[in-house]
Structures are given as structure tokens and as C-alpha cells.
Design a protein around this ligand. Structure first.
Ligand code: GLV
Ligand code: MN
Ligand code: MN
Length: 437
């Protein structure tokens, strides 16, 4: 059954998902030109002039601009555009109801002062791969969808992958409704302000049932491909990871008049805990980071009443991760007691180990190696992804594109344009191999 032709069609404004695009049109641009043009358009959105980093947080103005960009790209290609109940954006070629769809995409939001590539590379590459396939005259035998998952980084509400978690039933609507940002704005209010209905959010099993495979292309967040000299790799697994909030409560007092022995200073136990996290992670071969801290009252001349620090920890296996976090918490309790400080530790999120679908992973490696005969590198990662969340519900795989700096979640994140275009071609090959058989 041929469900969609990769030809450029018209732009059905507001078309529902049942309006497949097909038909002739102007010749699509080559992968490189199409990638370059989209990248250029997206680049200024949400970029902070001072830091050069991106501040594209969920349901803010920058996020809205990114989402508008996605809609325009979908409509310019005659794809059937829709927003699902959780605010994730979809662009369909072919009839979603036919089922067994091949889906590709990533996210457009960022961490505070994030890089340009984490997320957007996957979304831009999805459109560019479709353009490449249209250039090849590819005919699909399965529906194809491009997706932008909402709030992947969790920079604003503290929980990563909210859009995909809701869809996969890994976060309930009630739990999502209780999320608040640093200014006390609740997620439902933020969604409303952005024009979305927070009462609609929840699991979407029917949508998931229509997906036969999800492939997310992502910039590599490490240097394995740079070291091996490869442009593109395939993911094997994601380390288990989570976020824990440590609240150290002491007593606010005057910084000039309070004797050291009389203080209940939570900053001291917090500082010792940061060092303990480093020690525990080193001992276990894991990672542990306190990357965000809030201090009250946050005055230069006041001993704090509260220091709230967020621990992000990740390890190759669950047992090691439990050991690291348990060790940090034990140390934190000892330091808190020594300083007369109260401590509460709350696990705010957790994602168990993800083993990507072996058959799909091998299929990707086979497709990518078929012309060259070369073996495609297969890499694990400590970074979380929507693909990891969906992997519990649908066969899921990831492609990584070389990042010579290895840096991510920072403006120094980088991928050379040639490598990005190689990523687009690899994704196009994968989509062709999966959706045209
Ligand atoms: C997201 O990129 C994460 O790994 O936290
Ligand atoms: Mn990220
Ligand atoms: Mn990402």
C-alpha cells in the first residue's frame, strides 16, 4: 500500500491529520541547502545577546516562536499539521489512521543558556530529510510523521520530557498540574497563557498505537564520534538518571553580629554535600551534579534560612545510581546534623535505564552501513531524550551526529555543517529504509 508520496504539495491551512500530502510541486531543495536555510531561520530565536546561549523555555515567547516556525515548515511542505492534547506538534505525510507510522523528530526548547543543536538539530534534520527524500522521488509505504515534543529539557518546571511523558502515560495530568516554575507560575497557567488547554493533557495511547517506529536524531553530547572519526552513530542505551531536591533549612541571622558558634547555616552543609556528590560519583564511576541552587533570603549580609540544591545524578546501572544518591543523602544528613540544620530530600524525577530496541538499532546500523560496508558506531549516553521515554511504548532508536567539542547544554555545543548534512542524509536513508519497504 502506498500511503504517501514525498512530493511537495500545497499548504492546507489548519489541515487535520487525515489530510495526507501528495502530489507534484516545485523541486525540493537539496538536503544541504534545505538544512542551511532552516537552520538560519531558527538560529536567532530565543538567543540571549549577552551569553550567546538559548533560553527557549516551555510556554514562553521564544517557545511560541519556535513552535510557529515548526508549523510554517510543516505547512510549507503540505504536511498535515496538528497539535496533540499535550501540546506536542506533529506534521504528517500519509494517513495516521493507517498505523505503523515511522516518526522522527526531537525538541526545540533549551536548557538555560543552552546550545543551538540539542533538540533543534533533530527537528531541522527531520524536515531536511523529508526534502532529501522528495528529491529522490521516494514513495512511502508507511505513514511518516515529524514531531516536536514540548518541554523536553524541563528547564522551567523542573521535570524533563513533560510532553512525551504525558503522552506515554509516564506522568499523570494531576502530577503535571502541580508543577510550578521558579516564579510560582503553575504549568496549567503557563499553558493557558500560551493558548493551550491544560485540562486536555493526559495519556495518548491511541496516538502511540499508530507509531511503528520512532527515530530521534540528536547532536552527540560527548566526543566518541570525534575520537572514532565518524560523522554519525547509533544509540544503544541511556543511563538511568534522576533529579533530587535537597532542602537545607537553618536560621536566618545577621552576617556581622552572629557568632560562628551560634549559627545554623545551611550553606555549610550544602557546600559539603556538593563535595560529597563529587566524591561518591568518582568512587562509583558515575556522575553527580548540583547545577542549580536557590538561597533564601539571598542577601549578602544575611546567613541563609534555606539552601535548596538540585542533584542530577546518572550511572550505567540502577544499583550504582542508588548507591551514589544514597551515599550523597547519607553524607548530607550527617553534615546537616553537625550544623543544626534540617534536611528534606525529595526525588523530583527518575528515568530508568533505556535499552533501545535491538532489532531497530540493528536495522539502522545495517541501513547506514549498506553502501560503505563500514560498521556504524553504536554508543550509549548519559543524556535523557524523548526517545528514551517513548521506548517503553514503541520501538525507538536514535542517531547521533558528531560534536567535536563534546560540549552540550552550553553555547559551546557544536556540529559542523558538513556533519549535520551527513546526519540529514543518514536520517533520510533510515526513513527510506523503514518506510519504503
Ligand atoms: C536532557 O538533555 C538531560 O539529559 O537532562
Ligand atoms: Mn538536553
Ligand atoms: Mn535533547
Amino acid at each position: 500500500m502506498t500511503v504517501g508520496e514525498a512530493g511537495h504539495g500545497g499548504s492546507p491551512e489548519g489541515a487535520g491529520p487525515s489530510s495526507p500530502s501528495a502530489g507534484a510541486g516545485t523541486a525540493p531543495p537539496a538536503a544541504g541547502a534545505s538544512f542551511h536555510e532552516m537552520w538560519r531561520e531558527l538560529l536567532p530565536i530565543g538567543r540571549h545577546a549577552g551569553s550567546g546561549g538559548y533560553r527557549r523555555y516551555a510556554w514562553t515567547g521564544a517557545d511560541a516562536e519556535c513552535r510557529e516556525w515548526f508549523r510554517e515548515q510543516a505547512e510549507a511542505r503540505g504536511l498535515a499539521y496538528e497539535v496533540d492534547r499535550n501540546g506536542n506538534q506533529w506534521a504528517w505525510l500519509g494517513d495516521p489512521a493507517a498505523g505503523d507510522a515511522v516518526v522522527t523528530g526531537s525538541h526545540l526548547d533549551s536548557v538555560p543558556d543552552g546550545g543551538a543543536f540539542d533538540g533543534p538539530l533533530g527537528v531541522v534534520s527531520s524536515f531536511a530529510a523529508l526534502d532529501e527524500l522528495r528529491g529522490r522521488g521516494t514513495r512511502f509505504t508507511r505513514p511518516l510523521a515529524l514531531v516536536n515534543f514540548g518541554d523536553e529539557e524541563g528547564a522551567r518546571f523542573g521535570l524533563a520530557c513533560v510532553g512525551s511523558r504525558l503522552t506515554a502515560g509516564r506522568l499523570t495530568a494531576e502530577q503535571a498540574h502541580r508543577l510550578t516554575d521558579g516564579d510560582g507560575v503553575a504549568l496549567p497557567r503557563a499553558m493557558e497563557a500560551a493558548g493551550y488547554d491544560p485540562e486536555a493533557i493526559g495519556p495518548d495511547p491511541e496516538r502511540l498505537a499508530r507509531i511503528g517506529a520512532f527515530v530521534e536524531l540528536h547532536v552527540e553530547q560527548g566526543r566518541a564520534l570525534d575520537l572514532s572519526g565518524d560523522r554519525v552513530g547509533v544509540a544503544s542505551a541511556i543511563w538511568p538518571h534522576g533529579r533530587w531536591r535537597f532542602d537545607f533549612r537553618g536560621e536566618a541571622n545577621h552576617a556581622g553580629t552572629t557568632r560562628l558558634v551560634d549559627r545554623r547555616d545551611p550553606m555549610l552543609s550544602y557546600a559539603q554535600t556538593v563535595l560529597a556528590a563529587r566524591r561518591e560519583a568518582e568512587l562509583a564511576g558515575a556522575v553527580a551534579t548540583f547545577g542549580k541552587v536557590a538561597v533564601e533570603p539571598n542577601g549578602v549580609n544575611a546567613i541563609p534560612s534555606l539552601v535548596r540544591g538540585w542533584l542530577d545524578s546518572r550511572a550505567a546501572d540502577q544499583e550504582t545510581l542508588d548507591e551514589v544518591v544514597g551515599g550523597v543523602e547519607k553524607a548530607a544528613r550527617e553534615y546537616a546534623t553537625a550544623h543544626g540544620v534540617d534536611l528534606d530530600v525529595v526525588r523530583e524525577s527518575f528515568t530508568p535505564v533505556v535499552e533501545f530496541d535491538h532489532a531497530l538499532r540493528d536495522e539502522l546500523a545495517r541501513i547506514l552501513g549498506k553502501d560503505t560496508g563500514l560498521t556504524v558506531p553504536v554508543l550509549g549516553t548519559g543524556a535523557g531524550h524523548d526517545a528514551g521515554i517513548l521506548s517503553g511504548s514503541v520501538p525507538t532508536a536514535m542517531l547521533f551526529v558528531r560534536n567535536p567539542t563534546g560540549v552540550s547544554h552550553s553555547p559551546a555545543e557544536f556540529a559542523a555543517e558538513d556533519d549535520c548534512v551527513a546526519g540529514v542524509r543518514a536520517l533520510a536513508d533510515v526513513l527510506e529504509g523503514l518506510a519504503c519497504r
